[in-house]
Design a protein around this ligand. Structure first.
Ligand SMILES: [Zn+2]
Length: 243
């Protein structure tokens, strides 16, 4: 195979058999030949007694027939082997496998999203985390608080400063095109953030008459000034709050 061929689907989730309880949907993609597609469609068509006739088959129906064939073949082909292996797993081995499954296929309802109920005291904030339980963390004075946060992992804890905005009046009224704030996630592991950063979000796409463009230019000058102030603030914080 010299190049990756184009990918299509999936069109739907195929149910597992009615006597089993589904736990997760495993999505996979694999390359097939034109001949395999043709044969899979022929089998699907035959199972439907040729209805609807091929010229009337929609693109979605065509893909669903083919995906359905492969899904059924995968389940039927593996089911006996999976059941016989599962029946003879040693309890310790099964527990280790389950732990790996729980890590790889974590289900939302196992970790419901709960809103924080932060406790602020003496420059600290007490937050709940999914991986370290309740933690007491330094709470910088510039942080606007964690009352709207959901409970997540420690590395997701992020201090955000007040939002600074700038915009202009356009044909649909006043629109902010700058939203910026100091942000710091001190507990990130993979891409550590040793110092506060500034989150800069600019959104401006418009067609305007000359007066409108002048108003945008005015708004951008205000945006630039506010960004410079935020940059100075972040620099100040990097110096441990010293000038
Ligand atoms: Zn904070």
């Amino acid at each position: 195979m010299t190049a990756t061929p184009p990918a299509f689907g999936p069109t739907e989730t195929f149910p597992c058999d009615e006597n089993s309880t589904p736990f997760a949907v495993v999505t996979l993609s694999f390359a097939v030949t034109r001949e395999q597609l043709r044969a899979a469609l022929a089998i699907g068509q035959a199972e439907n007694a040729g209805e609807p006739p091929l010229p009337e088959l929609t693109v979605r129906d065509t893909r669903r027939e083919i995906e359905g064939y492969f899904a059924a073949a995968a389940v039927l082909g593996s089911d006996a082997e999976l059941q016989s292996v599962d029946a003879v797993l040693a309890p310790d081995h099964a527990a280790e496998l389950d732990a790996a499954i729980d890590r790889a296929y974590t289900r939302r309802e196992l970790t419901p999203l709960k809103t924080q109920q932060p406790l602020y005291r003496d420059g600290t904030v007490t937050l709940k985390t999914l991986d370290h339980g309740e933690v007491v963390l330094p709470e910088p004075a510039w942080c606007t608080g964690h009352d709207a946060d959901t409970v997540g992992t420690l590395d997701e804890v992020t201090h955000n400063g007040r939002h600074v905005r700038a915009g202009s009046i356009g044909s649909h009224g006043y629109v902010d095109f700058l939203d910026a704030f100091v942000t710091h996630a001190p507990y990130l592991v993979q891409r550590p953030e040793p110092h506060p950063l500034v989150s800069v979000n600019l959104d401006l796409n418009t067609d305007a008459d000359p007066d409108g463009v002048a108003r945008i230019a005015h708004g951008l000058r205000a945006a630039a000034l506010r960004l410079e102030r935020l940059a100075a603030e972040a620099r100040h914080l990097r110096n441990g709050g010293q000038a």
